[in-house]
Design a protein around this ligand. Sequence first.
Ligand code: HEM
Length: 489
Amino acid sequence: MEAPTLNNVQGLIARGYKNLPAACYLLLEITQTDKAKAWLQQLVVQSAANKPDQSCMNLALTYEGCKQLRLSPQLLAQFSREFQEGMSGTPHRQRILGDHGDSAPEQWQWGGPYKTRVHLLLMLFAANNTVLKTLQNTESKKLKKHGLNILEPTLLSTALEGGKEHFGFQDGIAQPWVEHLRPARDHMNTQPENTIETGEILLGYPNQYGQFTERPLLGEEADEQNFLPNDLSGSRRKDFGRDGSYLVFRQLNQNVKLFWNYMNEQTDKQGDKDPYAMTELASKMMGRWPSGTPLVNAPRQDEPTLKPKDDAFNYIHDTKGLACPLGAHIRRANPRGSFGTSTETHLTIQEAFEVEKRHRIIRRGRPFGKPLASSLTPQGLLKAKEDQINRGLYFICFNANINRQFEFLQQAWINSKKFQGGYDEADPIIGDHKETTGNQNTEHSSSFSIPDCPVRRKVHKLPRFVTVQGGEYFFMPSIGAIRYLGHSS
Ligand code: HEM
């Protein structure tokens, strides 16, 4: 099967741009379609063919945006149902994502049913804040001239020291490996169990089932200028989706004070006066130590001699979760063979890895907001005064099938209280801990078990540390598809 043409793929799908730590995301509304099309014709976005140097941009669209750009009804109807309905489009979707109470779309700062419709997402990346500001100013002028309204809020990210997120843990480590998307580097886990088919991320290529995920195709006559590649599945049509990917964006608030107070109180209550105990509890919940070292490699304490970024590990020798609890955030988000060791599933380890490969995502999120304590250490964060500053993570991920990948992950693994034999445990870091009965959300919160010898430890009444403040499903088109959008009438 043909490999993707990297200069047709937008760069963010292939790279996290770690050399460009400054970033902001502009939410745009199209007020004049013809002018917006003219803007698209000259827009220069970064491709995956090479690494950007000082700054770059990438673009994604919502379903409403595709409509505003006058894509034909036949083409629109071929996008996935989730994308058409939007992140907050139906009560069913809100339920599976756990978006209720403080996280309900009615409360969101953007996206959601009661806010102005977002049409486009322009993502700006730069080597530092000065370069970012210059880029933002230049682009904003062009946007205004082309009838593109910049909506509130401007989503400005904050690069935290050492690549950490706001709770103080190293982030941005594990990713699935997609051959052909970029050259392999030493720190990347290219083992077969971490390698997924191109079609799991990019549309227009075979996925883990050996099939092509549904995507918009059109007759050759509709693309006279030949901007779009051919459909590789042999339909003799043009492929609007090929080399593109669905982008999930969620603005997640992190309550850092609540997080470390909870860890402190729980370890105090259990008679543990050792200040390291709260770090251990939080790490058991995360599945990695603050340095990034996986618990499965260092179950008792962080071990600086280990390579912190080591990602080539699995859980097949930790069947009971004695090293990394079964319900830890990273073990839920990527079970790395855990189901092959479970008596419930009857899967071999190999089969388990194959199943998991159907639910992987590429993460490209970045933090926002000033850190609660600049040290970002557990003690520093615990001792810092509450400051009411809004901080968290712009969670961003790519997948070819939102329903089978992101939504499945969120519903069946992260928010499931029954995950791996549990009965009242959701993801301790990001989980939705409330019970949903019909349309009612009761106040019941979940617990978290830490398997140990001779007896397991358990903490109760987990509060929700992470709430949703905005979000939308986007499509990141190929570079050819951007040109098509610009030139089609
Ligand atoms: C504020 C919210 C979140 C925080 C603080 C957080 C934090 C982390 C951290 C510290 C890691 C380990 C470092 C790494 O491998 O990059 C991680 C891994 C991961 N997270 Fe999250 N995360 C959040 C939200 C989410 C969401 C919403 C999802 C998906 C629905 C998710 C999916 C993953 C996945 C797939 C991994 C990699 C697991 C692995 O392969 O080992 N995370 N997260």
